[in-house]
Design a protein around this ligand. Structure first.
Ligand SMILES: *[C@@H]1O[C@H](CO)[C@@H](O)[C@H](O)[C@H]1NC(C)=O
Ligand SMILES: *[C@@H]1O[C@H](CO)[C@@H](O)[C@H](O)[C@H]1NC(C)=O
Ligand SMILES: *[C@@H]1O[C@H](CO)[C@@H](O)[C@H](O)[C@H]1NC(C)=O
Ligand SMILES: *[C@@H]1O[C@H](CO)[C@@H](O)[C@H](O)[C@H]1NC(C)=O
Ligand SMILES: *[C@@H]1O[C@H](CO)[C@@H](O)[C@H](O)[C@H]1NC(C)=O
Length: 600
């Protein structure tokens, strides 16, 4: 349990010596310049030599070196797409995927409409089969808080104990009820890594590097970056309520969007009314979606559980994560102030280019020797995760080949310095989303081809360029997924606006079929490297206790809300009995093998 924590040590605020240009009688110009220069250098010298030795080294006092040193931005998860493989029916049985996998975790106890929309959109876009955490483990009579603790505990345990999850694997964990996927996993992973790469360069500049002992005995010390980003959460325009005075709301960095991106009232809240929060730049942590390496998420969940237990579980994970993020930033700032070059700091303040972290009047209790560094960062520009709360007006579903619309879009949203939007390159480089597999018609694999049920638009005339894509006018981004945590009534409306909705059943059938037959054989020939993970079995989902559940088990009865196409129950469109499900090695996972006719 928690040891008694000493109060936050008092730290002198870094205040430069008052410096005033005294009036003096006119002297010859050259003399004045020389005197000023001497005065300036004296001051510079004084300021830069006044190191406060008495303060502790926060970087090592509170363990800050990351326990899992491999950088997530360098993990080889998304490999180049390869199309140069010929048909080969031999499926290797010892498929050994050497590169990190991608996992999608969805905490859900039973198939709800929201969870089925999340799962369906993930499958249509080719994500690996999601892992449902806590599925079938309903606790009747449990309070909201008990369920929350159970959910976090199960997520942590799954990341810790599952043989399927390796430390270096990338894990996306999402809220079950209100997430729609818009773009495929390749875009998610590459954008995640690009954002980290960019932000980590900035963090290296801001906080510097430190010399540490090498992990290999006998080798010379290594230089490592002090603080880096390893995990990304979504960003929200409002902070967790009741924490207004907490570091999680006050000390967290500002958005990377321009300070006038919502006009002259940008960032007026919390001084303004809550109704003005829609003009805030997203800045606060929202736990609805998070991506990072398994080892990194695990220690974050560990810490969240520790906080929940300390507090008698009175508050939820949202509050705990907000505070974890806030404290991380406070320690980083204390360490920065300890090592900063005062003269440089003073100069930057003078010309107004510094934006120091606000730790004024923040009181946090720090436990000696405890870790407060988790590599948490936020996706400010909704490249990955769009949070709808106070932001519903920021996005529209636009087609990028509609030049009238794309040229006016930012202007209509009063974005300063508007320009014409182009389809992002990473989307333009994706394969056509409507392209049916060449072999679908001839395959004997389930679901069997049916011209009505498998009808997709002609890929000659349909592509990402004229698919309606939810676009954020202010950050000019097309988010990978949307978290509809705002107005609940919009969930039905926005689901029907998603690009795949009119063809959802056919696209889902295409995904199910891709788990076996030619596409799967092709993938296993590549050594499974272009599979997001090797468990396979695209007809359904996994649970955290490693059971396989079919899509129908989870989502039967939700067809109207998912497809709205009057074609009946999933997998029973033609009155078919339950169909067998295979993994990519051709092994039966579920159902009965079809009877082989005698003449075969
Ligand atoms: C088919 O697979 C086997 C074993 O993996 C390999 O030896 C063979 O070259 C492959 N054939 C073709 C045409 O790719
Ligand atoms: C820093 O935060 C405090 C609240 O804790 C607030 O009163 C103060 O105005 C903030 N300072 C700046 C420069 O934002
Ligand atoms: C674009 O705008 C012009 C003039 O306003 C109009 O003539 C044209 O039909 C529009 N094009 C489309 C595709 O809406
Ligand atoms: C559809 O995919 C096939 C390969 O399966 C490819 O040859 C074809 O060019 C693709 N069509 C479009 C429009 O992308
Ligand atoms: C295809 O599916 C439709 C809709 O369920 C059904 O009416 C039709 O009979 C099916 N066609 C074949 C050939 O199975």
């Amino acid at each position: 349990m928690a040891s008694p924590s000493p109060p936050l040590p008092r730290f002198e605020e870094t205040k430069p010596a008052p410096w005033q240009f005294a009036r003096r009688p006119r002297t010859p110009r050259a003399k004045a310049i020389v005197y000023s220069a001497i005065a300036f250098f004296c001051l510079f010298y004084l300021l830069s030599s006044s190191k406060r030795q008495s303060q502790p080294d926060f970087w090592s006092e509170f363990p800050s070196r990351h326990p899992f040193p491999e950088s997530p931005e360098n993990a080889q998860v998304a490999l180049p797409q390869r199309l140069d493989i010929s048909i080969n029916d031999t499926l290797p049985h010892d498929l050994n995927k050497p590169n990190p996998s991608l996992h999608v975790l969805v905490p859900v106890q039973h198939g709800s409409r929201g969870a089925c929309r999340a799962i369906t959109s993930a499958m249509i876009l080719g994500y690996p089969p999601p892992t449902l955490v806590g599925y079938g483990h309903e606790k009747p009579g449990a309070t909201e808080l008990e369920r929350m603790v159970d959910r976090i505990t199960r997520m942590r345990n799954y990341l810790k104990e599952s043989k399927m999850v390796k430390n270096h694997d990338i894990v996306l964990a999402i809220d079950a009820d209100d997430i729609f996927f818009q773009l495929p996993p390749r875009v998610l992973v590459t954008r995640f890594q690009e954002i980290l790469r960019k932000n980590n360069q900035k963090l290296l500049k801001k906080y510097g590097a430190v010399k540490v002992e090498s992990s290999i005995p006998g080798s010379p010390p290594e230089i490592v970056q002090k603080y880096s980003q390893r995990v990304l959460f979504g960003a929200s325009k409002i902070c967790y309520s009741a924490l207004e005075e907490d570091a999680g709301c006050v000390s967290v960095p500002h958005s990377s969007l321009p300070p006038d991106v919502y006009g002259w009232k940008t960032d007026d809240y919390p001084d303004g009314e809550l109704v003005d929060a829609h003009m805030n730049r997203p800045r606060y942590l929202n736990p609805g979606a998070v991506i990072g390496q398994a080892a990194d998420l695990r220690i974050i969940y560990d810490e969240a559980l520790r906080i929940l237990q300390q507090r008698n579980k009175k508050h939820g994970d949202y509050q705990a994560l907000t505070q974890i993020y806030g404290r991380q930033e406070v320690i980083r700032e204390l360490e920065r102030r300890r090592t900063v070059n005062n003269a440089k700091e003073w100069l930057y303040k003078l010309i107004g280019i510094d934006e120091p972290t606000n730790i004024t009047s923040i009181s946090v209790r720090l436990e000696t020797g405890h870790r407060y560094e988790y590599g948490i960062g936020l996706d400010y520009e909704s490249q990955l995760f769009f949070n709808q709360i106070y932001s519903r007006g920021d996005v529209e579903f636009i087609k990028y080949n509609d030049i009238n619309k794309t040229s006016q879009f930012q202007g209509q949203h009063h974005v300063p310095r508007e320009h014409r939007l182009l389809l992002p390159d990473d989307i333009a480089a994706l394969p056509n989303p409507y392209n049916q597999s060449r072999f679908a018609k001839d395959q004997t694999t389930h679901p069997l081809w049916n011209a009505t049920l498998d009808k997709l638009p002609n890929p000659e005339g349909h592509s990402w360029h004229n698919a309606p894509l939810m676009t954020n006018a202010h950050s000019a981004s097309v988010p990978v997924l949307a978290h509809l945590n705002g107005d609940h009534k919009l969930r039905n409306e926005w689901w029907e606006k998603m690009w795949f909705f009119p063809y959802a059943r056919a696209l889902l059938r295409r995904y199910m079929r891709s788990s076996h037959g030619f596409d799967a054989a092709q993938s296993s020939l590549l050594g499974g490297q272009n599979w997001w993970n090797t468990r396979g079995g695209r007809g359904g989902v996994w649970t955290d206790d490693e059971n396989w559940v079919t899509y129908s088990d989870v989502c039967e009865g939700q067809e109207r809300d998912l497809f709205d196409d009057d074609l009946g129950l999933w997998a029973k469109e033609n009155g078919d009995p339950d169909e067998p499900v295979y993994n990519q090695f051709g092994n039966l996972l579920y159902g009965k093998e079809p009877e082989v006719p005698d003449e075969w």
